[in-house]
Design a protein. Structure first.
Length: 371
């Protein structure tokens, strides 16, 4: 039985106890007044793709470590390493796969070179918003499908943070037509990079610590990152003043906690449950904080830093939609795993979009502009 079959048949939470990764597996029992809590002592290392300056996403990893420790009475501890301390930001999956670390907090779409279907774990152009992405992952079968891909790499994964709709990026010069995109050097990862390349953009994939220096030195002309709160902290507005919406390539991206499958299987079920619960908490925290901080940051960028908020033209959006749909169909025809996940995702999207275009959109279109 291969790893994928094991994961599918046994289920992620069915692993029993064993020799614990990163520790001697010593059993402890602690009286707490309400009963006896027992479990082995486990120590993990977690690499992340985010520096401490990206405080909400880095904070999500820290929250996971804190929650797990609290839920296990301090018996399961995780040491979090920001981007670059163990491995570069874009090599977190490699570190987990090789066993250099037990887990990694990262964006799945950084690793489409390993498998293009991993993009569905983060975001797909013209894909799902935050609510829809969370629903598809947790209630629509997305998590289980993605774990099938991860099993081939000796890994598993848990959705673990959500940014909400991202912005369309910073440009030195306005881009109003498709001709304006031709030759623009832009930092943009994931399937979005594939689509932008089809529109004439020269795509570069850079981790967070490398983005500002590349923009400052003129190595790139444009950059997309997350949204106003994170982007302000990274200082992109100091160089590029044209800030575009919408971020059609990331309407509701998730990040993931990637975990070595052997390390996961060695955990007691209660520790696995603690990790899953902690990641759910991280998703709630990150969504809430971004919704609180982004409006304030956008106001500062416009009113204090002279940023111009611009909308992508219909010409660009229509071309991007056409190329995105074509790319997804091409990948589905070429790759059985991609097709399986794409079919599930597309069925969900095609049911969800008309629903949201009714009650949700009508309310938003009327009420939101009132204030």
């Amino acid at each position: 039985m291969n790893r994928r079959d094991f994961v599918r048949k046994a289920g992620l939470g069915a692993a029993g106890t064993g020799v614990l990764a990163g520790c001697g597996g010593t059993e402890t029992q602690d009286g707490n007044g309400d009963g006896v809590v027992s479990g082995p002592r486990v120590s993990w290392r977690m690499a992340t793709s985010f520096p401490t300056s990206v405080e909400i996403l880095h904070g999500a990893a820290v929250l996971v470590a804190d929650r797990v420790a609290a839920l296990t009475g301090g018996r399961f501890t995780i040491r979090v390493f920001p981007a670059g301390e163990i491995v570069p930001a874009l090599q977190v999956m490699d570190a987990v796969e090789s066993g250099t670390v037990h887990a990694g907090h990262t964006s799945d779409y950084y690793y489409i070179g390993k498998h293009p279907a991993l993009a569905f774990g983060t975001a797909v152009p013209f894909g799902l918003n935050a609510r829809q992405q969370t629903a598809w992952l947790h209630q629509g079968g997305g998590v289980e499908l993605l774990r099938g891909i991860y099993a081939d790499f000796g890994m598993t994964a848990i959705p673990c943070a959500q940014t909400g709709a991202q912005f369309g990026g910073w440009f030195r010069n306005p881009v109003e037509t498709l001709a304006d995109l031709e030759g623009v050097r832009m930092r943009i990862p994931g399937l979005a990079g594939e689509i932008m390349a089809r529109l004439g953009v020269q795509v570069q994939v850079l981790g967070a610590p490398d983005v500002y220096p590349a923009l400052e030195r003129g190595v790139i002309d444009a950059v997309e990152w997350v949204g106003p709160f994170d982007d302000e902290k990274l200082g992109f507005h100091e160089i590029a003043k044209n800030y575009y919406i919408p971020g059609w390539w990331e309407p509701g991206p998730s990040t993931s906690l990637q975990i070595g499958l052997d390390a996961w299987n060695d955990l007691p079920p209660s520790y696995q449950a603690a990790l899953e619960s902690a990641c759910n908490d991280a998703t709630l925290m990150s969504m809430g904080r971004y919704d609180v901080e982004n409006p304030k940051a956008l106001a500062r960028l416009i009113n204090e830093h002279g940023v111009t908020l611009r909308r992508f033209s219909d010409e660009i959006l229509e071309a991007a939609w056409t190329e995105s749909e074509a790319y997804l169909e091409e990948q589905a025809a070429a790759n059985e795993d991609f097709q399986r996940i794409y079919t599930s995702w597309k069925e969900f999207r095609d049911e969800s979009f008309p629903y949201f275009a009714g009650n949700e959109l009508m309310y938003s279109a009327f009420a939101f502009p009132k204030t």
